[in-house]
Design a protein around this ligand. Structure first.
Ligand code: ATR
Length: 284
């Protein structure tokens, strides 16, 4: 029987995951099926269970179920544990449902491999303190950044994330890494090497109100959102002379490649898939 995979979400019609995994499978000559499933809120856990009991070998989980996927996974990777959310599920040999979160790894690979950005000793400003922000903090710290400032409209949520991530990293890097919280009015003076937008403000056509002093000549801006046209944050970055203004399409493909690796034991070549998606969005 052919191995089956799916992404579960609600709504799901916008999902590019079937297209991405279809391209990975074709590239690597792997026989599999990958579909998008719109799951009713009340049926999530039961549908996961029945999918993974049959010919279903793995699942991607998207909005609004990532926290519920975290809760139902019997075994979680450390990065998923800290993210508080799971986007990849599978069963191990004993039948246990395992969960990982590949979003942060997807971001780090996109930054470091695709865009050749050096994260070691980087001073990073992370905008937002929701699920998307939380998912990338541990991988950014592990990549060796020197400073992380989490800025959020609601200060208490940024402070909560700082308390979660300040006491978890047992590696020696902790001595040399600082992590702090602020709201947009309390942003520190000076500029950052990298500014990452993890707010959902762009979905409503907005961008957080940010002072120009955050930007130096070398500052790189990265929006975890992407779209057919330039995102509001990328536009802000370009208008403020960012040295690079990048969107999250590469992160989307890279997180999918990390999931594919977990399930199939082989990592696809992501560059042609990113190119194909850009073309399908009408960008070059
Ligand atoms: P996600 O899973 O995409 O992170 P979320 O958990 O609802 O979604 O978090 C949305 C994030 O975007 C939050 O940090 C939110 O700020 P608040 O915590 O203050 O709500 C941020 N956000 C959403 N709309 C925003 C806007 N117009 N301006 C600034 N921040 C915004």
């Amino acid at each position: 029987m052919i191995d089956k995979y799916a992404v579960f979400g609600h709504p799901i019609s916008h999902s590019k995951s079937p297209l991405i995994h279809g391209m990975f499978a074709a590239q690597l000559d792997q026989k599999l099926e990958y579909m998008a499933v719109d799951v009713a809120e009340a049926e999530f856990e039961q549908q996961v269970d029945s999918f993974l009991q049959g010919s279903g070998k793995g699942l991607n989980i998207t909005v609004p179920f990532k926290e519920r996927a975290w809760a139902l996974a019997g075994l979680r990777t450390e990065r998923a544990e800290l993210a508080g959310a799971v986007n990849t599920l599978w069963r191990d040999e004993s039948g246990l449902i395992c969960g990982d979160n590949t979003d942060g790894a997807g971001l780090v690979v996109d930054l470091t491999c695709n865009h050749r950005i050096r994260l070691v000793n980087c001073r990073v400003l992370l905008l937002g303190a929701g699920g998307a922000a939380r998912g990338v903090i541990k991988p950014l710290l592990d990549a060796g950044i020197s400073e992380l400032v989490i800025a959020n409209r609601t200060l208490s949520k940024a402070q909560l994330l700082v308390s979660v991530f300040s006491f978890t990293d047992e590696s020696s890097q902790q001595d040399t890494q600082t992590i702090s919280a602020c709201d947009f009015q309390g942003l520190p003076n000076g500029s950052f090497d990298l500014i990452i937008n993890a707010t959902s403000a762009g979905l409503g056509g907005e961008t957080p109100d940010l002072p120009a002093h955050l930007m130096a000549e070398h500052t790189i801006c990265y929006d975890m959102l992407y779209g057919a046209s330039e995102t509001p944050f990328c536009r802000w970055a370009r208008q403020h002379q960012a040295s690079k203004s990048l969107d999250g399409l590469g992160m989307l493909v890279e997180q999918a490649a990390e999931s594919f690796l977990i399930w199939r034991g082989i990592k696809p070549d992501t560059a042609p898939v990113i190119d194909a998606l850009r073309q399908s969005l009408g960008q070059q």
